[in-house]
Design a protein around this ligand. Structure first.
Ligand code: IDP
Ligand code: MG
Length: 133
C-alpha cells in the first residue's frame, strides 16, 4: 500500500557528514523524497514527537540530543514506506542493528543512533504534522 512516513537524520549523523549516504540508500530502493529540509528541532517538536517516552529515564537526554544541532527532516513515500524504512534503519540500538542497516553500518551507541522513522502510518501522519505543519 502506498504510504508516507516521516524520516529524520539525527544531529550526530548530520554532524558526521552522513546525509548523502543515508539519502542515497532511501533513493536506491525506490522510495520517493516528498519533502526534505535541513533545520533545527524545537523542544516543543521533540516533546511532541517523543511523547510516548515521557517519564522514561532517557527522555530528557533524548530531547536534548535531537535538539542539539541541525537535523534533516523528510517525508518519504512508497509502497509500505513505513515498514520499509524501519527495516532499512535496523534495531534501535546500533550495536544490535544488523550490518547492512543504516544504524548497523553508521552507528555504534544508543545515545547517537543516526536516524528516526515513524513506527506506523498513524505515527507518520502525526509526525509529519509536527514537523511540516
Ligand atoms: P526507535 O527510534 O527505534 O523507534 P524508540 O524505542 O521509539 O526507538 O526510542 C526512541 C529513541 O529514543 C531512540 O531512537 C533512541 O534515540 C532513544 N532511546 C531509546 N531507548 C533509549 C535508552 O534506553 N537510552 C537512551 N536513549 C534511548
Ligand atoms: Mg519509536
Amino acid at each position: 500500500m502506498e504510504q508516507k512516513t516521516y524520516v529524520m537524520i539525527k544531529p550526530d549523523a548530520v554532524a558526521r557528514g552522513l546525509v548523502g549516504s543515508i539519502v542515497a540508500r532511501l533513493e536506491a530502493v525506490g522510495l520517493t523524497l516528498e519533502r526534505m529540509e535541513l533545520g533545527s528541532v524545537t523542544a516543543e517538536q521533540a516533546a511532541a514527537n517523543y511523547a510516548e517516552h515521557e517519564g522514561k529515564p532517557f527522555y530528557a537526554g533524548l530531547v536534548e540530543y535531537v535538539t542539539s544541532g541541525p537535523v534533516v527532516k523528510m517525508v518519504v513515500s512508497g509502497p509500505d514506506a513505513v515498514a520499509v524504512v524501519r527495516k532499512m534503519m535496523g534495531a534501535t540500538n546500533p550495536k544490535d542493528a544488523a550490518p547492512g542497516t543504516i544504524r548497523g553500518d553508521f552507528g555504534l551507541t544508543l545515545d547517537a543512533n543516526i536516524i528516526h522513522g515513524s513506527d506506523s502510518p498513524e505515527s507518520a501522519e502525526r509526525e509529519i504534522a509536527i514537523f511540516f505543519g
